[in-house]
Design a protein around this ligand. Structure first.
Ligand code: ZN
Length: 337
């Protein structure tokens, strides 16, 4: 019954949470009342309430705040907290055998280490008229990534500088938009270069070491909450707690299948994509099977068509499935005309 009580108190505390919204069963999202969330962007909401076993917890992806739901309520509304404790721990208890509120063990407030410095100008540092900045803006990439995406006038040379692998045959000297991949400690492990002109090789992903995982977003990842996994780093920038496997292998990181949702591109005609999707369903992953009849290729396409992140999350959550249901829907999806 404790989860039921927790859910009820999420409802009771919600009027105090700006832009509060249920994302899916047992996952809620709002602005963070602890840090106030982004002051520049009033629509940013990085606090999540999520279930772990039979309890609910609160976590902010901006300030790193983490607490049990009970302690969070205590901080916001001590009076409501009194009721909560009565209802959750008082019920059905006799004598002195009152259960204590579970200790919240979230291994000390984890502040993500600062990522390694990249010796390139960030998109935000470029002149407003610069073609790389224009490109970044034309794809409607989030403002908050302007200092996390870079520009290399000669991508090959930069790759040779940072990598222990021989990239001397990477092609000719050319400018690219650079998306660096960091590990959970903020160490540079790989990077993707997006061509800015016409080029057959639109994306090149390079590694720092031979065994570096080609997985983007590990430095911002919170494994304890729902993790979305997409194919392209750019797509991942639009979703909360999202990793991108840029040709990488999920086996290379420790990840809990039960907490993940795999999102493949909407390419029912692409044999490679279909094969990967069917294999993931076989392997027991929860996957998104896009609704038929919608014309778009990936998350970035949806953003370009004017959808908000919330609307996309709603689409994703409605079409997340696994097992036989996913298998059935995937077969339907790949048969679209
Ligand atoms: Zn916060």
């Amino acid at each position: 019954m404790s989860l039921y009580t927790d859910q009820k108190y999420v409802g009771l505390i919600s009027p105090r949470l700006d832009l509060f919204k249920q994302v899916r069963p047992n996952l809620w999202n709002s602005r963070c009342p602890i840090c106030g969330d982004s002051h520049k962007n009033k629509s940013k909401k990085r606090m999540y309430i999520y279930a772990k076993k039979q309890d609910l917890f609160v976590k902010c992806h901006n300030c790193g705040y983490g607490a049990s739901l009970g302690n969070f309520i205590k901080q916001l509304d001590p009076h409501l907290h009194g009721q909560y404790v009565m209802e959750r721990y008082g019920q059905g208890q006799t004598g002195r055998g009152k259960t204590k509120e579970p200790e919240f063990h979230f291994e000390k407030p984890k502040f993500k280490p600062r990522p390694q410095k990249i010796e390139l100008p960030s998109i935000g540092e470029l002149d407003e008229e610069h073609f790389a900045r224009k490109y970044f803006e034309s794809r409607k990439l989030p403002e908050s990534f302007k200092d996390k995406v870079y520009f290399a006038a000669d991508f090959k040379k930069w790759a040779e500088d940072i990598s222990n692998i021989d990239y001397s045959n990477l092609g000719k000297e050319e400018p690219r938009m650079v998306i660096p991949f960091f590990d959970t400690e903020g160490k540079l492990i790989a990077a993707q270069g997006r061509a800015l002109g016409r080029n057959e090789l639109r994306y090149i992903t390079i590694k720092v070491d031979e065994d570096s995982p080609k997985i983007y977003g590990l430095d911002r990842w919170t494994p304890e909450t729902t993790t979305y996994i997409v194919e392209g780093p750019i797509d991942s920038m639009f979703l909360p707690n999202c990793l991108a496997v840029a040709g990488g292998d999920l086996q290379s990181i420790k990840i809990d299948k039960k907490q993940c949702v795999l999102i493949f591109d909407n390419e029912p005609r692409n044999e490679h994509t279909v094969k990967k999707l069917m294999k993931s369903i076989d392997d027991g992953w929860a996957v998104v099977i896009w609704s038929k009849g919608k014309k778009f290729k990936d998350i970035n396409d949806l953003i370009m068509s004017g959808l908000s992140t919330d609307e996309i999350l709603e689409m994703i959550n409605k079409t997340t499935m696994k097992g036989l249901e996913a298998d059935w829907a995937a077969r339907e999806w790949r048969n679209v005309q």
